[in-house]
Every structure is written in C-alpha cells, then in structure tokens.
Write a protein that binds this ligand. Structure first.
Ligand code: HEC
Ligand code: HEC
Length: 281
C-alpha cells in the first residue's frame, strides 16, 4: 500500500526511530472500512535527503526538524507542557494520516474561522505553541520560528502551489451515536493504559493525555471529533485502525472529560461565528 511506502521514505529521510512501527494497519478489524486516504497519495512525495541544501538554509531546515521532534529541548523557553510537536504531527510531520506538514505551506495564507482572519504559516505555528504546547508565541524575528517554517516549506517543496493536499489533517470519522464516557474509560483501561498510564500522565517516552502537562482546552485536540479521528487512525501507536469508530469516540470523550490547562485567550475565538458544535467552550 502506497501509504506504507511513502511513510517509510519519509522515515528514511530523517533517520527517525519509530516507536512502534507507525501507521501500518496490521490489526485492522474485519468489516471496518478501508482507511480513508489509502488512495490519495500520488502527490505525497516528501523530498529525499540529498535535497537538503548544504548551506545556511539546510542548517535552518535541520534546526526546524529538531524544533519539531525535540521541542522540549530546542523550544524550551516557549513550551509550558510535556509535549513535542511530533507527538501529534507524527513522524516529524511526515505521517500522511496524522496532521502531516507535507504540502501545507502552499495553503497559506488561509482564512480561519476560529481566528476570524487570514493566518499565515507563522501564525499557525505560534497558535500551536500557545494552544497545544500551553506555551507562548515566538517573536516574529526568531530564528527558531523561521527554522520551523523552513522545515515545513522544505517538506512541501514537491507539492505544486494550488494543489489540494488531500492527506491534510486527519482522516475524519463520523459518530453513529453520542459518545459514551463510561465505555470510553473501559476502552482506555484496555487499550491505552499500558503506555499512557492509569493516571493519563504517560511515561518518559509517551506523552500525557490530560492534566497540567497536556494540551490546553484551546487545542483542536480538545474537540472530541478531532481527538477521535486522531486516535482511530493512529492509536494505539503502531496499531492504527484497530479500534472501532465507537471506541475512538468514546475514548476521545473520556480523555477530553479530564482536567487540562485553560486557554485564557479562548474569549477571542470565533469572533464572527462558526464555532464547531464540539468546541469545549
Ligand atoms: C496536542 C496536539 C498538537 C501538538 C502538540 C502540536 N499540534 Fe500543530 N496542530 C494540531 C492540530 C489538531 C492541528 C489542526 C487544527 C488546528 O489548526 O488547530 C494542528 C495544526 C498545525 C499546523 C497547520 C497544519 C495544516 O494542515 O495547515 C501546523 C503548521 C502546526 N500545527 C505546527 C505545529 C508545531 C510547529 C508544533 C510544535 C511547536 C505543533 N503544531 C504542536 C495539534 C497539535
Ligand atoms: C504502544 C504505546 C501506546 C498505546 C497503547 C497508546 N498510545 Fe497514544 N501515544 C503513544 C506515543 C508514543 C505517542 C506519541 C507519538 C510520537 O511522538 O510518535 C502517543 C500520542 C497520543 C496522543 C497525542 C499526543 C498527546 O499526548 O495528547 C493521543 C491523543 C493518544 N496518544 C491517545 C491514545 C489513546 C486514546 C490510546 C488508546 C486507544 C493510546 N493513545 C494508546 C503511545 C501509545
């Protein structure tokens, strides 16, 4: 399947060590639908390593990669929780079913209802620092910020401007009933606790799912539909597509019913309307 081939190209590009084998749907449940997006990858062409220039720009790209993978270390000053960008943008943004960075730079600037204005790539990156890393925006002249932009632009270089970037975001799943938090807790205890811990706080190699070191309520991941799509395609890590849609929704609702950091700037969100029904505020 093309997904695997492309992902392993991406993985080789950066020499990543995958924790548990990435997105290969080895345990796909009989009768479940084929992972959406299995057929959308002819344009999914992350560049090969020999195209990282050996000049200053190449250094920038490498620093951007480190910011994404080791945000705790390289972006320390701007981070307020235990996450690294790559915990959600899996495989350093190279995973086609986990909020990939490949191709996205060609889509900006873009209007966002949540902000009520057009955003450029820099705004979006800083948005993730604030909402998902519970941190602060990097100053506009920061070289670390331009390094992340350089990295995403480099990953996008084979995607022509005007392209639709069909793998963007997460493969959506649709709820068939209201999520059941009680069942979500049972799913959590059966399928997630082993890595993320009884208290949801993760371990050295596994990020927390709630509590003061997790994403804020201003994160899109705090919406049940978004978390459910992420979980369905990618969790348990290395065994995406192995749980049912109901289990994904239930466990997402359970995780997002737990305490997490507030996002005081939430009062400015959706100034012109358009708030999704599952926004937590
Ligand atoms: C808790 C999960 C999470 C973490 C951690 C996270 N993000 Fe995101 N990011 C998201 C989600 C969900 C979206 C899409 C929705 C949105 O705009 O909020 C997104 C969107 C983006 C986009 C836009 C993608 C597109 O398709 O246009 C970029 C760029 C981005 N994030 C960069 C980063 C960077 C850089 C970091 C680390 C500093 C980071 N993110 C950390 C969840 C996360
Ligand atoms: C085999 C270990 C393992 C299991 C089991 C597992 N996860 Fe994860 N999970 C991870 C790792 C590791 C990451 C970070 C991925 C990375 O950095 O590559 C992660 C990331 C996440 C994230 C995004 C980052 C964050 O901390 O918010 C969510 C949400 C998540 N897992 C939910 C779940 C749910 C729900 C289950 C059960 C259905 C589950 N996971 C089962 C290892 C696991």
């Amino acid at each position: 399947m093309i997904v695997h081939k492309q992902k392993s190209v991406g993985v080789m590009v950066l020499g990543l060590t995958l924790l548990a084998g990435g997105c290969i749907p080895s345990a796909q449940v009989a009768g479940e639908k084929e992972p959406p997006g299995a057929d959308i990858h002819p344009l999914y062409l992350p560049p090969s390593p020999d195209t990282i220039p050996g000049d200053l720009r190449g250094e920038d790209i490498r620093m951007g990669y480190l910011m994404v993978v080791e945000t705790q270390q390289y972006g320390k000053r701007y981070v307020g929780n235990s996450l690294n960008c790559t915990n959600c943008h899996l495989d350093a943004g190279l995973h086609p079913q986990a909020l990939s960075f490949v191709g996205v730079s060609v889509l900006y600037p873009e209007y966002r209802a949540r902000a009520g204005r057009r955003m450029n790539l820099v705004d979006q990156i800083n948005d993730c620092f604030e909402r998902n890393m519970n941190g602060t925006a990097l100053p506009p002249d920061s070289t670390r910020l331009s390094a992340i932009v350089a990295y995403i632009e480099w990953l996008s270089k084979n995607v022509p401007p005007g392209s639709a970037v069909p793998w963007r975001g997460l493969p959506p799943i649709t709820p068939v009933r209201d999520p059941d938090v009680v069942n979500g807790k049972a799913v959590y205890e059966k399928k997630c606790v082993f890595c993320h811990g009884v208290d949801g706080q993760g371990t050295m190699a596994v990020p927390p799912l709630w509590g003061p070191r997790s994403y804020t309520i201003g994160s899109d991941m705090a919406r049940v539909s978004v978390a459910a799509s992420f979980i369905k395609a990618n969790m348990p890590r290395g065994r995406g597509w192995s749980i049912t849609d109901e289990e994904a929704f239930d466990v997402a609702a359970y995780i997002n019913s737990q305490p997490r950091p507030d996002f005081p700037k939430k009062v400015y969100d959706w100034p012109k309307g358009g708030k999704p029904a599952d926004a937590p505020y």
